[in-house]
Ligand binder design. Structure first.
Ligand code: APR
Length: 233
């Protein structure tokens, strides 16, 4: 790998957690755990049927206790510990497998299952248990807690920090994402625009494959440790 690489941005998606046993969003049946994404992942769905949406994320949160980080999460955490330059892992995933593997330079741009968001005061609260609609915000006392998930049509978190890192990146790596959802799907073009080398690691070519200098196809549990090995060699 080029010795001039100092700043690395890594975007991860559902594919990095697939081998831990968590379902991806756009499987062959087009459903996410039996639901259309629009029925559980939009502000309209939350208004129409809060019980369904809250229960759906309760089930996903409970599932986290049954899964573990895999070799891909472990390898990125090892890179995070060892990389002397700037590094930012931007995950679209709402699971906690990156941090459980030990990654710290991490942004959850689409929110987190283990967090609740107050629709009244905007506070985010660490949350482990079930979250029924009408749960009280410990900050403002309003019955307004909802899953801390960025729904379609809502602004992803920390976009300023992400754009800033993309503009400085020498290397941009995308792992396990279909490239179907913006703004994350456009990060490769931003990074390229500012001169980064771009590498995609995925089971199949993603929607944005043409934007990558290099596409490596295969399971994340093999491809990510191999790339980390190259970077740290
Ligand atoms: N290793 C590498 N890639 C894999 C693996 C694996 N073991 N298994 C699946 N993949 C790839 C698939 O080929 C697919 O391209 O991971 C990708 C997963 O794509 P999606 O299911 O679309 O997930 P993602 O890209 O993370 O979705 C983006 O969509 O609904 C929203 O907010 C949600 O964050 C999510 C966003």
């Amino acid at each position: 790998m080029n010795p001039d690489i100092r700043t690395i941005v890594i975007l991860t998606g559902a594919g990095i957690s697939a081998e831990s046993g968590l379902a991806t969003f756009r499987g062959p049946d087009g459903l996410w755990e039996g639901h259309r994404v629009e029925d559980v992942c939009t502000p309209q769905a939350l208004r129409r049927d809060p019980a369904l949406v809250h229960r759906f994320y309760d089930e996903r949160r409970a599932r986290l206790a049954q899964v573990r980080p895999n070799a891909a999460h472990e390898a990125l955490a090892a890179l995070d510990r060892a990389w002397p330059g700037e590094l930012l892992i931007v995950t679209q995933n709402v699971d906690d497998l990156h941090e459980r593997a030990g990654a710290t330079r991490l942004i959850h741009m689409h929110g987190e299952l283990r967090s609740a968001l107050c629709a009244a005061c905007g506070a985010a609260v660490a949350w482990e248990a079930g979250l029924p609609p009408g749960s009280i915000c410990p900050g403002c006392g309003q019955p307004a807690l909802r899953p801390d998930i960025v729904f379609f049509g809502e602004m992803p978190y920390d976009m300023d920090r992400i754009e800033d890192a993309l503009a400085r990146a020498d290397l941009f790596v995308s792992v396990g994402t279909s490239g179907a959802v913006y703004p994350a799907a456009g990060f490769v073009q931003t990074a390229r625009h500012y001169g980064a080398r771009t590498i995609e690691l995925n089971l199949d070519p993603s929607a944005g494959s043409i934007w990558f200098d290099e596409s490596r196809m295969g399971p994340a549990s093999l491809l990510v440790p191999a790339l980390v090995h190259e970077l740290l060699a």
